[in-house]
Ligand binder design. Structure first.
Ligand code: MN
Length: 496
């Protein structure tokens, strides 16, 4: 699991010298209590660190510059307990490179009716202090998340939590490396994209590696290491007798385990956070990585098939954002439909590589032929996926911008056995309904490949899109097709 507690968000309170020492002392005390409260809340995935109250352009600039250069600081939370004239913030905000959440809160929840006087009013004036701050951030066209409410309100804490997770996903992308082993699947459009622009916008790099480079690492894996991993497979998964040692298909399991160890070594040696491969370029490899990709994803690596680096990077970001939450995040593909008018469903799967972290119960390790690629029969894990709220997300390259598209769905448990389907599978109902959801997805140019999440919500992804400067399109319960088509048209105009 990816540990998010190594990351900090800084709690920065703005004020000014006008109020005098006594009031500023109280501002600092209250800020410390709020920072401590946020830090201690079980929902908060990262550390929340109090920073001394900033009262001048110089202090603001110095603090935000320090936030930029502090490696484990993934974002800042700002709050104006008193009035902090916002021209003081211009220079600091103009250099700020970390995500920002503006917490529009107040130290006290209630107005103390019987004791309130002008001293109290002068100390507790975020109602207008935060408006002054909000103006300058809007005037500077800076993205931020505005959260309103008392700092102990569970809903407020939940919104901060979602933003902190999005900020962690963003932080993880900065400087991240993804290996594209082999190129794109020939002629496929949506998996392509501008890797230079992605590095400029998103901070991660995608570079190609020859399959031969990987094969060399796989070939050097020892017998002993392979046999240890096979023992782990046998302890973890249901396996038919012909897959066990001495069985007719044991060699396929052996080859798959060797590929998994080689790939893992290759990723560790290169410091990669994810990878892609393609069945059209497997020279020297015995089979397409199936169980290897499934288990490496479950271990936190981003992955997508057929050279789809955008989805691989998104899957990795999902792994980071969802870390510690119940449920999994995975590479997915809309595969086939059930158009029964009383029970419309999408069956999601892939040729082999559905993330093992989604498995509902014990998975079966199976070896079957693969219809394409012309290689040996690959080993893969076969399992069902639990029902419940989920979403699919896709990043597409629209030529002049990247678009993050999501569709909220309700996953359902399979009602039928699928004895002849040799891959892991998920069934879901798209919101708002099958026809609208699928049509909206297609109008928006969403890919057939997605990152599928059981634990992230539209809020996490809206926050992530805002931080990343991504266009964000959500297909959910309230989506109306004509309205969504207009939204797409208007967005086209706004990005021109
Ligand atoms: Mn595919």
């Amino acid at each position: 699991m990816i540990d998010l507690k190594i990351f900090e968000v800084w709690f920065i309170t703005g004020s000014q010298h006008l109020y005098g020492e006594e009031t500023l002392k109280l501002v600092a005390e209250h800020s410390q209590q709020i920072a401590k409260g946020l830090d201690a809340d079980a929902q908060t995935p990262v550390r929340v660190v109090y920073k001394p109250v900033v009262k001048s352009p110089e202090e603001i600039y110095a603090t935000l510059q320090e936030a930029n250069t502090t490696e484990n600081c993934i974002g800042i939370i700002t709050w104006m307990h008193t009035f902090s004239p916002a021209k003081m913030w211009i220079r600091g905000l103009s250099i700020l490179q970390k995500p920002m959440l503006h917490l529009h809160t107040q130290y006290n929840r209630d107005i103390p009716w019987s004791s309130i006087d002008m001293d109290f009013m002068n100390l507790n004036q975020s109602a207008h202090g935060d408006r002054e701050f909000g103006f300058i951030v809007s005037r500077m066209r800076k993205n931020r998340k505005v959260v309103v409410g008392h700092w102990q309100d569970p809903e407020v804490l939940g919104q901060i939590n979602a933003w902190a997770r999005a900020a962690a996903g963003w932080h993880d992308w900065q400087g991240a490396k993804f290996a594209r082993i082999g190129d794109n699947m020939r002629y496929v459009a949506v998996t392509e994209g501008d890797k230079v622009e992605a590095e400029l916008k998103f901070g991660y790099s995608v570079n190609t590696y020859g399959v031969g480079d990987l094969v060399k690492v796989i070939d050097a894996i020892s017998d002993e290491a392979v046999n240890n991993l096979i023992a782990e497979y046998e302890a973890t998964y249901d396996m038919a007798a012909d897959l066990l040692k001495g069985g007719a298909k044991h060699q396929s399991v052996y080859d798959a385990a060797k590929i998994e160890l080689g790939l893992k070594q290759f990723l560790e040696d290169g410091g990669f956070k994810g990878f892609t491969d393609t069945f059209e370029d497997l020279h020297g490899m015995i089979q397409l990585p199936g169980i290897a990709a499934q288990r490496l994803m479950a271990a936190g690596y981003g992955f997508a098939g057929e050279g789809d680096w955008k989805t691989a990077a998104l899957v990795r970001a999902f792994k980071v954002m969802g870390s510690g939450l119940k449920g999994g995040n995975a590479f997915m593909e809309d595969y086939t439909y059930h158009f029964d008018p009383n029970n419309e469903l999408v069956l999601g799967s892939h040729m082999l590589e559905i993330d093992a972290s989604l498995a509902n119960g014990k998975a079966a390790l199976e070896v079957h032929p693969l219809g394409i690629g012309g290689k040996a029969d690959p080993a893969r894990l076969v399992f069902n996926v639990a029902g419940g709220a989920a979403l699919n997300a896709s990043i597409v390259d629209m030529g002049n911008r990247f678009r993050l598209l999501i569709n909220e769905v309700e996953a359902v448990e399979p009602q039928n056995d699928l004895p002849n389907l040799p891959v892991a599978r998920v069934l879901w109902k798209p919101y708002p309904d099958m026809k609208t959801g699928c049509a909206a997805w297609i109008y928006a140019g969403g890919a057939h490949h997605t990152a599928y999440s059981q634990n992230l919500t539209a809020e996490h992804l809206q926050d992530f899109a805002d931080i990343a400067g991504l266009e964000f399109i959500r297909i959910g319960k309230d989506t109306k097709l004509d309205q969504l088509r207009n939204e797409l048209r208007w967005n086209d105009a706004s990005y021109k």
